[in-house]
Design a protein around this ligand. Structure first.
Ligand code: ZN
Length: 157
């Protein structure tokens, strides 16, 4: 029994050493995605009350969403308004109300990151990267594999 525990601790140590040697897969919080019913209404709060300025708005047809980007320090707030009743943001708001919809982590090489995540048994929503706002390559990981958080990984060139 004692040997088993020792072995497990040793295995964990080896695994953590391997992970540390590989470096971090994700390098920073790229942005926080927040689902809102109305960009115009939400922007009044973010810009006028919090004083965070919106630098760009963009419609991403593929995801049926209109986005607004508000850089904040080293990261960004991404406000998301659905452009259609059956879009993922509309469905999210219907189920959970307005609020944080996803957290996006920056990666240097999204293809490599997806491969590695898959090999570690993480359930992927996107097996291959797709095009996100601002020309980024993005992919989503399934919340069932990530303790309930919809995680986006994101590569910007
Ligand atoms: Zn995002």
């Amino acid at each position: 029994m004692a040997l088993d525990i020792g072995t497990d601790i040793y295995s964990l140590l080896v695994i953590s050493l391997i992970i540390n040697r590989r470096g971090n897969m994700v390098t920073k919080v790229d942005h926080i995605g927040i689902a809102v019913k109305s960009l115009d209404e939400a922007l009044k709060f973010y810009e006028n009350v919090l004083g965070i300025k919106c630098v760009a708005e963009e419609v991403v047809e593929e995801q049926k969403v209109k986005t607004a980007f508000l850089p904040l320090g080293d990261t960004e707030i991404e406000l998301l308004e659905s452009t259609s009743d059956d879009g993922p943001i509309a469905k999210f708001i219907e189920k959970k109300g307005e609020g944080i919809q996803h957290i996006a982590y920056k990666v240097d090489d999204i293809e490599k990151a997806l491969e590695e995540l898959k090999s570690r048994g993480v359930r992927l929503i996107d097996e291959k990267p797709r095009k996100g706002a601002g020309g980024a390559k993005i992919a989503f990981l399934h919340p069932k594999s990530t303790f309930g958080v919809l995680i986006e990984i994101c590569q910007r060139d």
